[in-house]
Design a protein around this ligand. Structure first.
Ligand code: CGF
Length: 833
């Protein structure tokens, strides 16, 4: 771009020497300014949505100041930077988070109310940015918040999908998916960067040219080229000017039009053809567990990593002449295997575009990548057909073959491995359907570190799916127990609890040092404190009750246990077991005398979550929950003693109301199947008691808050394999059989439709061991009821849950990644000269 003839630095610095002011009047001025000049609406009359957009724009101005300075400061210091590569970021809403992190909540509240707008309503006008499926994407967003708060020189990279996670509508108990076109009214938090754009190639063929020094140069002659355009999203840290960048890529038609095609006469169809480029980033794949080998998905993955790596290499080269310092300046974290194509892409960039040799390129590549595994479920592990990779990315396939060839050599020569074992470790797997690329193996071979996401999960990957790799490279394996940001998941979403904690600890330092929550334990027995704690819970329950009232028209019994299971619907998460126990509870209440009913502890069971659109069993589970809900909620014999609700379209914003308002939360996956879970951490922070198995992070939560303060049940992960092989012969608990019979006999209708569900838990088919764990689950539920009768004891446990949740801050997780894996250090920004 052309440069100015003369830059008047003095004047410029004078104009910009201080940040925008945050007093109420200045904020009001900036809001009204944006109403008039950004939205072009009348400043005398604007609706709540316009108020939101204007307030968002005024806040964005304040974010941009900090963000520009952070970026300039990082550039000036040129430290090692970490790049977090993820196909998903489940951001939720930004407005409240940004107000909170910038410390301007109060003046904005006053500014808006002074103008006649209610903050609560204004912030409701924001749509969730749902560019993720669930745990993995939300984790990435929590990590960004922590990286900014810890002043790390960090970047997030991902895709700007035009359609995020589908909107779930439940009609007569059946899930229907509706597109989430979240950009309808624009997204005020992003900044389009038309000049930050890179070509991304697909298809075509590779030719080899001999250079003068006898070296072979590979040239990829692409068959299709699209442009990746950057959209930047500032991510503010809490009480620090540090504001990092989440760069999301959108696909646009390539600027280099093939003039030949235009001149042949079919001008219109040539343009339409070009426009197809945009489909690459049009939609997020809504399946979080089962790997789907769709070509478009592979295109998305390559698109994301190619643009990202070009950007990273360009940034590095701006400040460095050679690649010698690359590993000291760059760390890249692969969030699951989805961005693994970044490995051959970096090799290609180094070798083909920068003419480094294989050895040098490989040395650099293996020093910069690290990889996080999020699951041991075999159906989720990515394997791409070689034929597809070859067609879409011919040069990458050559490089993957080369990586594999050298790896196999190393196995033979350095580790004495041969025969079948070589085949079982090979990145390329031979199957009856043809050859496949095992992405996890590629990631493992090229990364300096691989980590699991909770202690038990990290142990399991070493013993099962990656055992052979652990045998040869034990030092590569680490654990990094997940965490969540307490800014969003406690401080912001539960203001009354925030106030009580701050008042009790005498400081709000816990918002950045969550370990300080330990201090609450000293007050757990104090009756006055328990009273205050219980009042805070009532306030949060009332908010949840009003949400359900809006959804269903029902008034909830505030004395009931609010019992919540919210997460993706999956057989391994066992929502089915939950609803079976609800059916049984219902049946028991029905057979009680009025006198007996007086002893019943009332429950409101709340279940929410989306089923992947092609996941038939999960959809049947939703229908079953709805059918049970229909019967139970309309039965006058049951009244207020039991209510069941399926909350449609569970998302981040709903979670922010549901989590604080729950008394009990269910984390009941079959041991060894849930890698970590992160909602368990959010619930614990908010003083909700866990009923759960010894799975994922539940194990460490139990260590921190004490098993006696949770309701633990079920078999442990070590026992699962043996039990699975004996399923056929195991005694079935009579209560389990009774619950199953209720469904089978059509008590809730739809018996035929539910029969595949029943089959899936019968005898040897019961892979997730529902029959086996049911008795101890009911037993744990009984303990829940007992505990509820003793209010003081329940409240004590609730306080201890929060007190023990300090470890589960994503600040702790990110600090560990930074120290043990990335080697990056905090760099608190100072305004550069
Ligand atoms: O990642 C998950 C989540 N469903 O996205 N997995 N993946 N893939 C795991 O199943 C969770 O257990 C884990 O907490 C989460 C984030 O690591």
């Amino acid at each position: 771009a052309p440069q100015p003839d003369h830059l008047n630095r003095e004047l410029l610095y004078g104009l910009l020497d201080s940040y925008l002011k945050n007093d109420v009047v200045s904020i009001q001025e900036s809001i009204v300014h944006h109403v008039e000049f950004t939205l072009a609406r009348s400043r005398y009359k604007f609706d709540t949505r316009e108020a939101y957009f204007a307030a968002a724009h005024s806040l964005r101005d304040r974010l941009i100041e900090r963000w520009n300075d952070t970026q300039a400061w990082i550039k000036h210091k040129d430290p090692k930077r970490v790049y977090y590569l993820s196909m998903e970021f489940l951001m939720g809403r930004t407005f409240l988070n940004a107000l909170h992190n910038l410390g301007v909540m109060q003046p904005y509240q006053h500014a808006l109310s002074g103008l006649g707008y209610d903050m609560e309503k204004v912030q409701q006008a924001e749509r969730d940015a749902a560019l993720g499926n669930g745990g993995l994407g939300r984790l990435a967003s929590c990590f960004l918040d922590s990286m900014a708060t810890l002043n790390l020189p960090a970047w997030g990279y991902g895709i700007r999908y035009e359609y995020g996670m589908f909107r779930q509508v439940v009609s007569e108990g059946f899930q229907k998916e509706q597109p989430d076109y979240w950009l309808t009214f624009g997204y005020p938090w992003e900044i389009q960067r038309p000049h930050v754009a890179y070509p991304v190639k697909f298809y075509g063929h590779v030719s080899v040219h001999e250079s003068q020094d006898g070296r072979q140069n590979f040239v990829w002659n692409a068959g299709e080229e699209v442009t990746a355009v950057a959209y930047d999203n500032p991510i503010p840290g809490f009480k620090t000017p540090s504001t990092i960048n989440l760069r999301l890529w959108a696909a646009k038609p390539c600027q280099e039009f093939d003039l030949e095609a235009f001149n042949t006469g079919d001008y219109v169809s040539s343009i339409i053809d070009k426009q197809k480029a945009e489909t690459i980033t049009s939609v997020l794949y809504p399946d979080d567990k089962t790997f789907e080998g769709k070509e478009l998905r592979l295109k998305q993955q390559h698109f994301m990593v190619s643009a990202t790596l070009q950007d990273i290499v360009r940034r590095y080269k701006e400040q460095h002449e050679t690649f010698d310092a690359f590993p000291e300046k760059v760390a890249m974290q692969l969030n699951d295997t989805h961005p693994t194509l970044g490995i051959p892409e970096l090799m290609r960039i180094l070798m083909d575009e920068n003419h480094l040799g294989w050895t040098r390129s490989w040395e650099i590549t293996t020093k910069v990548f690290s990889f996080t595994n999020h699951t041991v479920l075999p159906e989720a592990l990515e394997q791409w057909p070689v034929s597809l990779v070859e067609k879409l990315l011919p040069r990458h396939m050559q490089i993957i073959y080369d990586i594999n060839w050298r790896f196999v050599q190393e196995l033979e020569q350095n580790h004495g491995i041969s025969g079948d074992k070589l085949g079982s470790m090979s990145i390329i797997l031979d199957t009856e359907y043809g050859k496949m690329v095992r992405m996890a193996y590629l990631a493992l071979v090229a990364s300096h570190t691989v980590n699991g996401v909770a202690a038990i999960h990290s142990k399991l990957i070493k013993e099962t799916i990656f055992k052979e790799f652990h045998d040869i490279w034990p030092e590569k394996f680490q654990n990094k127990t997940n965490g969540v940001t307490q800014r969003r998941w406690l401080a912001q979403c539960n203001p009354p609890l925030n106030r009580l904690i701050t008042e009790t600890l005498g400081t709000e330092a816990w918002i950045t040092h969550l370990d300080l929550l330990k201090g609450l334990a000293a007050h757990a027995e104090d009756e006055t404190f328990q009273q205050k704690w219980a009042e805070v819970k009532v306030e949060a329950k009332a908010k949840l009750a009003s949400l359900l009232k809006d959804l269903t028209g029902d008034d909830l019994n505030m004395d009931a246990i609010f019992d919540v299971q919210v997460k993706r619907i999956h057989e391994y998460k066992r929502q089915f077991m939950n609803i079976l126990s609800v059916a049984l509870r219902y049946d028991r209440i029905k057979s009680m005398t009025e006198k007996e009913k007086e002893e019943v502890v009332p429950r409101v069971v709340i279940i929410g979550g989306k089923a992947a659109p092609g996941y038939d069993m999960a959809k049947r589970i939703i229908k079953l929950i709805s059918a049970v809900s229909e019967t139970v909620n309309n039965d006058p014999d049951v009244g207020d003693l039991l209510k069941v609700y399926f909350v449609p379209d569970y998302n981040v914003s709903l979670a922010e109301v549901i989590v604080p308002g729950s008394d009990l939360n269910q984390q009941i996956s079959t041991a060894g199947t849930e890698a970590s879970g992160t909602s368990n951490m959010k619930f614990a922070m908010n003083g909700s008691l866990i009923i759960g198995t010894m799975d994922g992070a539940n194990v460490e939560i139990a260590e921190e808050i004490g098993e006696e303060n949770m309701f633990i049940f079920g078999v442990g992960a070590q026992e699962v394999p043996a039990l699975r092989s004996q399923r056929e012969y195991l005694q079935v608990d009579p209560q389990f059989q009774h619950a199953v019979n209720l469904i089978q006999n059509g008590h809730f209708g739809w018996a035929d439709y539910f029969s595949p569900l029943i089959e899936s838990i019968t005898g040897s088919r019961d892979w997730y061991l529902l029959a086996n764990d049911f008795e101890s689950y009911l037993d744990a539920q009984e303990r829940v009821d007992q505990e509820w009768r003793d209010k003081a004891s329940w409240t004590r446990k609730s306080i201890l849950s929060t007190a023990g949740s300090g470890k589960f801050s994503s600040d702790r997780t990110i600090h560990e990644y930074a120290e043990d894996i990335w080697g990056v250090e905090p760099l608190p920004p100072t305004i550069p000269e």
